[in-house]
Design a protein around this ligand. Sequence first.
Ligand code: MG
Ligand code: MG
Ligand code: MG
Length: 330
Amino acid sequence: MTLVRFKSGSYINNPEVLHLADKIYVVGHKSPDTDSVTSAITYANLKNALGMKEVVPAAAGDVNNETKFLLDYFKVPAPEKLTDATDKKVILVDHNEMAQAVDKLNTDNIVEIVDHHKIGGIQTGKPIFFLNEPVGATGGIIANLYEQNKVPISKEMAGLMMSAILSDTVLFKSPTCTPRDKAAVEKLAKIAGIDPMKFGMELLKAKSDISSKSAKDILTGDFKKFDFSGTKAGVGQIEVMDLKDLAPKRGAILAEMNNMKDAEKLDMVVLMLTDVMKEASDILFVGTAGAAAGFEKAFGGKISNNSIYKEKVLSRKKQVIPPLEGAFKK
Ligand code: MG
Ligand code: MG
Ligand code: MG
């Protein structure tokens, strides 16, 4: 095996990793989304192709409807579920915050991180490979790593990475989308032999089908915890084609948000009800009076009927977390 140095991504075929006899799990965040699950699968596949057979994909929870649809389409098996990381070596993909990571994870057992989020405070005891790029999805970063390591991308892996980008960027509409994401989708779609926009709509439909979902499923399906200068928050998101579909469940969702706030001892629970066609979000809030003041400051409005409606807001990462972080900064 050749080891190419001085090039981003060259570490990933570092012989040091090859010497680890233990199984290494590639795993995304809790409430796994398509990018988390497919990044685990495609990155493990790349590692395997580079000779690291001990690397296996995992998911930190049940896969969602969109991911199920995608895996069925490409006939790729769902990864094993990993919900307790005691004594497990892991490569984190699509997250880098302990609050979002699989339970009982020891930071000394983190072998690598490949992500596209803000840096969220994980501390390790020794140097690790940490690749974080401000692009629309982890999938595009991994596609690059295939290229850099000259590993051919199969039709299936191309389909998964392409779908991760389409899903995370909401078909390129999210402000997190970069020209690199579009270029990657174009390339991957050719390998997968798929019309990306048509397929992206199918993904969106699968994701936004809430007919069989309870209020609790809707709240926890894509839910992340944050600490805003001591204010403990949970921020979820549900993407639908039409907000009207959610209206009948609004009361039950708010009740679940209150339950969650009490059970998890949070100061606030926020849920973005995102209309991907209108490109807007109705941002639901429950929480303490202090948290409410911070929430209103963050979004420059008054909470009415438990929410603030924001046009052009699609991205939790870029349009919801940063203003909240700013509003609570001491
Ligand atoms: Mg994700
Ligand atoms: Mg992602
Ligand atoms: Mg997302």
